[in-house]
Ligand binder design. Structure first.
Ligand SMILES: Cc1cc2nc3c(=O)[nH]c(=O)nc-3n(C[C@H](O)[C@H](O)[C@H](O)COP(=O)(O)OP(=O)(O)OC[C@H]3O[C@@H](n4cnc5c(N)ncnc54)[C@H](O)[C@@H]3O)c2cc1C
Length: 364
C-alpha cells in the first residue's frame, strides 16, 4: 500500500498515457486507473496483426500486472469534476488530482471504439480472412497507419496487388521531403502502387471488410476486393466534455492550457490523443507528455504551486517518427536525419515495441 495520506491520483483511460503515468506514480501516490476495456491495445502491432493474427496474443495485454500498490478499476467513466470521477454505474471515485486520457477510436480492426476487446479480436479475424481472400487491396489514407499497412501486406503477400492513395501531393508532408520520398520509393519497389494528391469520392463503412469500386478525385476508378479506409483517429472527449468551460480545437480535441488543463479546474489535466497540446495524436507525443505530467504531479503533491513550474512544451518540428514497411524495411526521421531500413527495423520493425509494452503491463 502507498503511505497513508498520499495524494489520490485518478486517471481515466489506461492507454499509453494512462498506463505509463499510473505505473510511474504508483509508488508515490495513491493511484486509481479507470479503464473500460479488459486489455490494453498496443496499436502499432494491430497493423501487422491484420496479416499475422497470432500477434494479437501479445498486442492485447491484460491489466492485472500493471500496478503493484494502486488499482485498476474496470468501468466506464461518465463525468468528472474537481473532486473526482463518476462512473456510468454511479460509482464515485474521489481524487486530489485527475488526469483524463480517454484517447481515441480508430477503424476496426485497429482499435475498439467501445473497449470491447472480444469484439476487436473478432474484427481482426474477419479482416484477416477478407485479406487472405482478396487479390486486390486498396488502402485509402497514407498516414502512418495506411503506409505501414501497405508495407505489411506487400511484405507478407507479395502476390497481392496493393494500392495506397494519399490525399496530399507527397507522403508524410509534415516531415522533410526525404522521408516521404524514401517511403514511396520503397513501397513501389515492393510492388505497391502509390497514388498521391487524390481523394476518394466515397468510402465503404470502416467496420466491415468490403470490396467494390472507389472513384478518386483525379477521375480514376479503382476496383478492389478489399478496401481499407485508413483515415485517422477520432478523439473520445465525452468525459472531458462534462467539465466546465471546455474549449474545442479545430481537430476535435479538447483545448488545454500550458499546464495541460482543459478547464478552469486547477487539479484536472488532460493528455494524449484527447488533448490539443500542440503535438500529433501519437505515442511519440505521449513519450514527452508523460514525463512532464509525472514530474509536475510529483511537484504539486510535494506542495509546489503550479505557477512556479515549467509549462509543457510540445515536440514541434523535432518530433521523431518510425515507419516500418513490414519487419525488414522502412524509413524513419530521427534527430533531424532521415534513416533507412536498418535503424527502422532495429528500433521498431522487428518487435513493434511489443516487448516494451508487455513489460510495462507486467507480462513476461
Ligand atoms: C493502428 C494504429 C497504429 C499506431 N501506431 C503508432 C505508432 O507506431 N507510433 C505512434 O507514435 N503512434 C501510433 N499510433 C497512435 C497511438 O496509438 C495513439 O496516439 C495512442 O493510442 C494515444 O494514447 P492515449 O493514451 O491518449 O489513448 P488510447 O491509447 O486511445 O487509450 C485510451 C484508453 O481510454 C479508455 N477509455 C476511453 N474512454 C473511457 C471511459 N469513458 N472510461 C474508461 N476508459 C475509457 C480506452 O478503452 C483506452 O484504453 C497508432 C494508432 C493506430 C490506430
Amino acid at each position: 500500500m502507498t503511505a497513508a495520506g498520499a495524494p489520490k491520483l485518478v486517471i481515466v483511460g489506461g492507454g499509453y498515457l494512462g498506463s505509463d503515468l499510473a505505473k510511474s506514480l504508483d509508488a508515490v501516490m495513491d493511484v486509481t486507473l479507470i479503464e473500460r476495456a479488459s486489455h490494453f491495445t498496443h496499436a502499432p502491432a494491430m497493423i501487422r496483426a491484420m496479416v499475422d493474427p497470432a500477434l494479437l496474443d501479445r498486442a492485447l495485454i491484460p491489466y492485472d500486472g500493471l500496478l503493484s500498490r494502486g488499482r485498476v478499476i474496470r468501468g466506464e467513466a461518465a463525468s468528472v469534476d474537481g473532486g473526482g470521477v463518476t462512473l456510468t454505474d454511479g460509482t464515485r471515485i474521489a481524487g486530489d488530482y485527475i488526469v483524463l486520457a480517454t484517447g481515441s477510436a480508430n477503424a476496426a480492426p485497429f482499435k475498439s471504439a467501445t473497449g470491447d476487446i472480444e469484439g476487436l479480436r473478432a474484427d481482426a479475424a474477419r479482416w484477416n480472412a477478407a485479406l487472405r481472400g482478396a487479390s486486390r487491396v486498396l488502402i485509402i489514407g497514407a498516414g502512418a497507419v495506411g503506409t505501414e499497412l501497405a508495407g505489411e501486406i506487400a511484405h507478407a503477400h507479395p502476390d497481392k496487388t496493393v494500392t495506397l492513395v494519399a490525399s496530399d501531393p507527397a507522403l508524410f508532408p509534415g516531415f522533410p521531403a526525404k522521408l516521404g520520398a524514401s517511403l514511396a520509393a520503397k513501397l513501389q519497389a515492393m510492388g505497391v502502387k502509390v497514388i498521391t494528391g487524390a481523394r476518394a469520392a466515397s468510402l465503404p463503412g470502416r467496420d466491415q471488410p468490403e470490396g467494390g469500386t472507389v472513384t478518386l478525385s483525379n477521375g480514376a476508378a479503382i476496383e478492389a476486393d478489399l478496401i481499407v479506409p485508413a483515415v485517422g483517429s477520432r478523439p473520445l472527449t465525452s468525459v472531458a466534455d462534462t467539465l466546465p468551460d471546455v474549449g474545442r480545437a479545430a481537430d476535435g480535441r479538447v483545448a488545454v492550457d500550458g499546464y495541460l488543463r482543459p478547464s478552469s479546474l486547477p487539479n484536472v489535466f488532460a493528455a494524449g490523443d484527447i488533448a490539443a497540446a500542440g503535438d500529433a495524436m501519437t505515442i511519440v507525443a505521449i513519450s514527452r507528455q508523460k514525463p512532464w505530467l509525472e514530474k509536475t504531479l510529483k511537484s504539486l503533491a510535494g506542495g509546489k504551486r503550479i505557477e512556479g513550474l515549467k509549462p509543457y512544451a510540445p515536440w514541434g518540428e523535432k518530433a521523431p517518427i518510425l515507419v516500418p514497411l513490414g519487419p525488414r524495411r522502412g524509413s524513419s526521421y530521427l534527430m533531424v536525419a532521415t534513416l533507412g531500413d536498418w535503424v527502422t527495423r532495429m528500433m521498431k520493425g522487428r518487435d513493434l515495441f511489443l516487448t516494451k509494452y508487455n513489460k510495462l503491463l507486467g507480462r513476461a
